[in-house]
Design a protein around this ligand. Structure first.
Ligand code: NA7
Length: 319
């Protein structure tokens, strides 16, 4: 059973953290981390933080998803408010812009309970413009500072602590977080002020989305041409066409193996939506991303497909 947080010394840490100017020790062990959003990415990221011995409090909208983490030492926050009051650093990894906005600004949300000196780290991939607006509102409302830190590398990268982290925010805040982020990723790059991490993630997803669609076409072409598509990924490994999506998606597409779920169609569609909106805002033509969105929308239009694994897009080409 999940343990609710009930330890006064956990709360005392936040006061000490503020008194010391919000500094994180080299191992990160003196910081209380709160993590909200225990989905496909959030759970393995939390597991890494626990394995590093960091004090972790978690919360998820739907109950039950914290059970495994609580068995491994996480504390279950009874509410978002409690988590924010007890943790110096609040991490989010939720679906989309609306989910982040709700957690921040709905009644009883983070902005109501946070204080100056606390840091918000948003690992979710959301719209850059909304990120800048929300970060500014949060700062005005309660003094909490924002670091956008979307990640790439998928569930596998999260499990192995090899995510690539692209961050936007004050340099000093990102440096403060580095000892914690090092347990999650192979690299943290500061791309600029708040929002710059999300712009970088949009760039990342442009390449991933177009690549994913091409991989599906390629797998089907190989099949129809009499070549064993299961051999594509190992054969092309290390060559110019190689990529992590090729290594992950091509074998699953070839085998029509869509479980366990690693990468939802809906997640990539959301990213393409953010990409096309950003393209419009800065008048940048994105013809390939537009085509990828049309193809993905066609697939997702079929009942249930939006929540299936991305490898299932092979069905668009192969039926
Ligand atoms: P998942 O597996 O779809 O998980 C999404 C998480 O977001 C899950 O914990 C959801 O809670 C949570 N969520 C969604 N909407 C809300 C709202 N409105 N309020 C609170 N929590 C919410 O996604 P991934 O883990 O693959 O990806 C997460 C992010 O990282 C996403 O931006 C990716 O692009 C990158 P639930 O369990 O449904 O109650």
């Amino acid at each position: 059973p999940a343990r609710f947080f009930c330890n006064a010394s956990f709360g005392a840490g936040i006061i000490a953290f503020r008194r010391h100017g919000g500094r994180v020790g080299r191992s990160g062990g003196n910081v209380r981390i709160g993590f909200i959003g225990l989905g496909l990415m959030g759970v393995p990221m939390c597991r890494r933080l626990l394995q590093a011995g960091l004090p972790l409090m978690v919360w998820n909208r739907s109950p039950g998803k914290a059970d495994e983490l609580c068995r491994q030492g996480a504390l279950l926050a009874p509410s978002v408010a409690e988590l924010v009051q007890q943790c110096q650093v609040v991490m989010l990894c939720v679906s989309d812009t609306d989910a982040v906005r709700q957690l921040l600004f709905a009644p009883g949300g983070i902005a109501e309970h946070a204080q100056a000196g606390q840091l918000l780290v948003d690992f979710s991939s959301i719209a850059p413009a909304a990120t800048r607006d929300m970060a500014a509102s949060l700062l005005v409302q309660c003094g909490m500072r924002w670091v956008d830190a979307p990640v790439s590398g998928g569930v596998r990268g999260a499990e192995s602590g090899q995510l690539v982290i692209m961050a936007g925010g004050e340099e000093a805040d990102i440096d403060t977080l580095r000892p914690l982020l090092t347990h999650l990723g192979q690299r943290v790059t500061r791309m600029g002020p708040v929002g710059a991490g999300q712009v970088t993630k949009v760039c990342n997803q442009l390449i991933v989305a177009s690549n994913a669609m091409l991989i599906a076409e390629t797998v089907r072409l190989a099949e129809l041409s009499g070549v064993d598509a299961a051999k594509l990924a190992p054969a092309l490994a290390g060559g110019f066409a190689d990529s992590l999506p090729l290594q992950i998606l091509a074998p699953r597409m070839a085998a029509r193996q869509f479980e366990p779920l690693q990468w939802k169609v809906a997640t990539l569609l959301k990213d393409l939506g953010n990409a096309l909106a950003l393209g419009q805002q800065c008048d940048s033509a994105l013809p390939l991303a537009t085509l990828a969105q049309q193809q993905l929308l066609q697939h997702a239009a079929l009942d249930g497909n939006a929540q299936r694994d991305l490898a299932s897009i092979i069905e668009l080409y192969a039926g």
